[in-house]
Design a protein around this ligand. Structure first.
Ligand code: LLP
Length: 443
């Protein structure tokens, strides 16, 4: 079956150029590091547009498919503009994401607002900016949203987030579809929620059901199970309440290839599994073909991004490991310390030596756990070498912090030999921008 871009460990345009340096999007990474400084996030536009096309092509057989990029993976104005140009919608989880996407000029009707504890301000913003669907997570939110909708004299289009009871084999912090989860209505609570919507919360219009089973998923069968459960619920709700729901949202989760051992399915494979599961469930439960919504985040943006670092100090522990330190770490990529995530790294500049050594790459932050990569074999590194860490497009910048009061890196977009800043590097003044010294402390 055809491959798709999420299966690539590196951006699709990655090459070694005539100088012996790594090049992405036609840009020499060493030149990028010199021009913009490090740490630097680099996003390859070609890979990003290719994966969007892979997703669309993979679902051609089911025209009622809607791909909603999960912006929690990486939400910036330029990225939102590109995805919107590619015709994708957006799964959002905060007022900040909604605002960014709105300002980037996206069609707000193609935006879904999701989350287990949305604030009143966020719900107001979502309604005022015309977000297409709100996925209601719990009873508290149903009542709250109805009151807000009433006060605006509006009807709000909603989905119900449910917990389908499917466990997938991924890190427990990123599993969400099993029964003991903080997200969504338990299957046994759906009827009560529907009764409330039909009888009391008349400013809410229910269109369908939403679920998400986890992240970095390699098994395709969990999606068939999920579709079966969602479709059987559509049939059951029709029978019990005469309610014709015509949307199911199956969440995100398709995996990417962080390491050689990771073998994620292609968009084409999951496309086929999902479309077959839909066809089967439509027949089995005798329902109208529902519109289907997918919310991929990682599998759209992860492999489009790399992070460049400059090598600094190193330390050989007597009779132990050799640590080589970079100028970034857990504040720009918290995933290794949070989830024991593994990454591939290579030296971006040509090395004159073939000598290699096994090292551990340490971050610059004041914490022993700030280790980016343990035990990697690389050409012998010198101070000033540029390290390229692959697959950092998702959940790196979006989870970055200012730990140790360090400025967040810049992000550049590369394409056809051109590079453009899409997120400016923070400055020292940015770090104190929100600080206030009360007058009484100023003497
Ligand atoms: N939809 C919902 C409702 C979600 O909760 C998530 C991710 C997605 C879609 C997108 O999932 P994706 O396609 O990106 O796997 N910070 C963690 C990942 C947390 C994912 C949370 N929910 C990490 O760095 O691995």
């Amino acid at each position: 079956m055809t491959n798709s871009a999420n299966q690539s460990q590196k951006p699709l345009t990655t090459k070694i150029n005539s100088l012996g340096n790594i090049e992405i999007g036609g840009c020499d990474l060493v030149e990028l590091a010199e021009k913009y400084g490090t740490p630097l996030y680099v996003i390859d536009e070609n890979t990003l547009r290719t994966i969007c096309k892979d997703y669309k092509k993979a679902f051609e057989k089911y025209p009622k498919t809607n791909i909603m990029y999960a912006s929690k993976a990486l939400c910036t104005s330029a990225i939102s503009a590109i995805l919107s140009q590619e015709g994708l919608g957006f799964d959002t989880v905060s007022g900040g994401e909604i605002y960014t996407i709105y300002k980037a000029g996206a069609d707000m009707n193609k935006v879904l607002f999701n989350g287990n504890n949305k604030s009143i301000d966020e719900l107001n913003l979502a309604i005022d900016l015309g977000v297409g669907r709100i996925s209601v997570d719990n009873f508290y939110e149903l009542a709250l949203l109805n009151t807000i909708a009433q006060s605006k004299n509006k009807t709000v289009d909603i989905l119900l987030r449910i917990t389908p009871g499917i466990e997938c084999h991924t890190h427990q912090y990123i599993q969400t579809g099993h029964l003991d989860s903080k997200f969504g209505f338990d299957l046994t609570q759906i009827d009560e929620a529907v009764e409330l919507i039909l009888n009391e919360y008349t400013n809410l219009k229910l269109h369908g059901l939403h679920a998400h089973i986890g992240s970095q998923i390699f098994e395709t069968s969990v999606y068939s199970d999920e579709i079966d459960i969602l479709c059987s619920e559509l049939a059951r709700l029709d029978e019990k309440f005469g309610l014709k729901l015509d949307e199911i949202n199956i969440g995100g989760g398709l995996g990417v290839k962080y390491t050689e051992e990771d073998v994620p399915p292609s968009t084409y494979e999951i496309g086929e599994v999902i479309v077959n599961a839909l066809d089967k469930a439509i027949k089995k439960y005798n329902i109208e073909a529902p519109a289907i919504f997918l919310e991929p985040g990682r599998s759209i943006i992860s492999m489009c991004g790399v992070t460049l670092y400059t090598i600094g100090s190193s330390k050989q522990v007597p009779k132990g490991k050799k640590y080589v330190s970079i100028d970034g770490g857990m504040a720009d990529n918290p995933r290794p310390s949070l989830y024991q995530a593994k990454y591939l790294a290579q030296v971006a500049n040509k090395k004159e030596t073939d000598e290699t050594e096994e090292i551990t790459i340490g971050g610059r932050f004041c914490e022993s756990g700030d280790i980016l990569i343990e035990n990697i074999t690389l050409p012998k590194l010198d101070e000033g070498d540029i390290l390229c860490v692959y697959n950092t497009g998702a959940y790196n910048y979006s989870m970055a912090s200012n730990y140790n009061r360090v400025e967040k890196p810049a992000m550049v977009l590369v394409n056809n030999g051109e590079s453009e800043v899409i997120v400016k590097r923070e400055t020292l003044d940015d770090l104190i921008r929100c600080d206030v010294i009360p007058d009484r402390l100023k003497k």
